[in-house]
Design a protein around this ligand. Structure first.
Ligand code: ISE
Length: 337
C-alpha cells in the first residue's frame, strides 16, 4: 500500500459527495483516487478539481484498479452487500456508510466473510461515535462516577425527508443511529424494541406516520426511548438525556453563539446532519485512514452493523404489529470480542 491511502468512493450522492470533499480538503494521509456512480455526469462532477482522480460507472472497475488501496461505500444500502464481499476478497480497508446491509441475514453473511478472512477490514459509518459529547457520555457510563446508567432519552428530529423516504425508513435509516448509540453508550446488546404511533403531524408525506416513539431495552435493563420526528420543519436536532443514579447528563443541545439583540435571545439550529455532525465525520474518516495505514481497523465493526440490522428488523416488525419484539443475535465471532 502506498503511504497515501488512495480511496475509491462508491456513490456520489449526498453523503458520497460530502465524503469526497472531506477526503480531498481535510483528511491527511488519503486522497480520492476514483469516484464511482452509475450516473456518469455525477461521477465526473464529483471529481472536478481533484487531480489524479478518475470517474467510473462500475464498482468492479474500482476494485480491479491497482491505483485503489481502499474503498468508501456511500451507495444506497441495498447495493452494499455485493460490493462488500468483493472488497473483502481484495482484502482492502472499507468504510461502509450505514446500514451495513438492509437486513440481518445479509449482514450476517458479511460478518462471516470477514471472520473467515481473520482481520477487521470493515468500519461502519456510525459517525455519532466520533462526536465529542457522545464519547464523553460513554466515558461517564464506563467510569461509574455518576453511579449506574438507568435510562436514556433520545430526541432525533429532522427538518424534512427526501423523496421516497418510507415509514420503515424512520427505523432503518434514522433510528438505526440510536440503536448503535445505545449499544455504544452501554456496551450492551439491545434485547427488545417496541414502537408506539400516536398523534401524527399533517406535514409528513403520504405513507409516513410521524413522529414515532420507540422503546428499547438492553441486556442489563437500561430503558431507552427515542422520539423520531423526521418532518419537524424547524431544523436538525439530535440530543440525548441520560439518567444516572446520581446525576443527569444532556448532550447535543444547542451550542453557541447565544445572542441577545433587539429584545430577543437565541441562536441557530443546524439545518442538517452534515452541519450537526461535520466534525464527527471528519474525525471518523481520519480515524479510518490512520487505522488503515497501520493495518487493522477499529471503530464500529461489521458486528455492530449486523447487530443494528437485527434491531432494525425488530423495529420494523414492532412498527407493524405494535408488539414488543425481541432482538436475537447469532453468537459473536471471536474477531469482534
Ligand atoms: C440520514 O440518513 C442520517 O444518517 C441522519 O444522520 C439521520 O438524522 C437521518 O434521519 C437519516 O435519514
Amino acid at each position: 500500500m502506498s503511504p497515501t491511502l488512495r480511496v475509491a468512493v462508491i456513490g456520489a450522492g449526498r453523503m458520497g459527495a460530502d465524503h469526497i470533499q472531506r477526503l480531498h480538503h481535510r483528511i491527511s494521509g488519503a486522497e480520492v483516487a476514483a469516484v464511482v456512480d452509475i450516473d456518469e455526469a455525477r461521477a465526473n462532477a464529483a471529481i472536478a478539481g481533484i487531480a489524479g482522480a478518475v470517474a467510473l460507472t462500475d464498482a468492479q472497475a474500482a476494485l480491479d484498479s491497482p491505483d485503489v488501496d481502499a474503498i468508501l461505500i456511500a451507495t444506497p444500502g441495498f447495493l452494499h452487500h455485493d460490493i462488500l464481499l468483493k472488497a473483502l476478497e481484495r482484502d482492502i480497508p472499507i468504510l461502509c456508510e450505514k446500514p451495513l446491509t438492509p437486513d440481518a441475514a445479509s449482514s450476517w453473511e458479511i460478518v462471516q466473510a470477514e471472520a473467515k478472512l481473520g482481520r477487521k477490514r470493515i468500519q461502519v459509518g456510525f459517525m455519532r461515535r466520533y462526536d465529542a459529547e457522545y464519547a464523553q457520555l460513554r466515558a461517564l457510563v464506563a467510569g461509574g462516577e455518576l453511579g449506574e446508567l438507568l435510562m436514556l432519552h433520545h430526541q432525533h428530529r429532522n427538518p424534512d425527508t427526501p423523496a421516497g423516504f418510507t415509514n420503515e425508513m424512520l427505523i432503518n435509516d434514522s433510528v438505526v443511529h440510536e440503536f448503535d448509540a445505545i449499544r455504544f453508550f452501554t456496551n450492551e446488546e439491545i434485547t427488545s424494541v417496541q414502537v408506539r404511533l400516536g398523534k401524527a403531524t399533517k406535514n409528513a408525506p403520504a405513507g409516513q406516520h410521524d413522529p414515532q416513539h420507540v422503546l428499547i431495552e438492553t441486556e442489563s435493563g437500561v430503558l431507552a426511548d427515542v422520539e423520531i420526528y423526521v418532518n419537524a420543519l424547524f431544523g436538525y436536532e439530535v440530543a440525548t438525556q441520560a439518567s444516572f443514579e446520581t446525576g443527569i447528563v444532556s448532550i447535543g443541545n444547542d451550542s453557541g453563539p447565544y445572542v441577545r439583540t433587539a429584545g430577543k435571545w437565541g441562536g441557530n439550529v443546524t439545518p442538517g446532519f452534515e452541519e450537526r455532525f461535520g466534525a464527527a465525520y471528519d474525525t471518523e474518516i481520519q480515524a479510518w485512514v490512520d487505522a488503515a495505514a497501520k493495518g487493522e481497523l477499529g471503530g464500529p465493526s461489521a458486528w455492530d452493523g449486523y447487530a443494528t440490522a437485527a434491531c432494525c428488523e425488530a423495529g420494523v416488525e414492532a412498527q407493524r404489529t405494535g408488539q414488543k419484539v425481541a432482538v436475537t443475535l447469532n453468537p459473536k465471532p471471536s474477531l469482534y470480542s
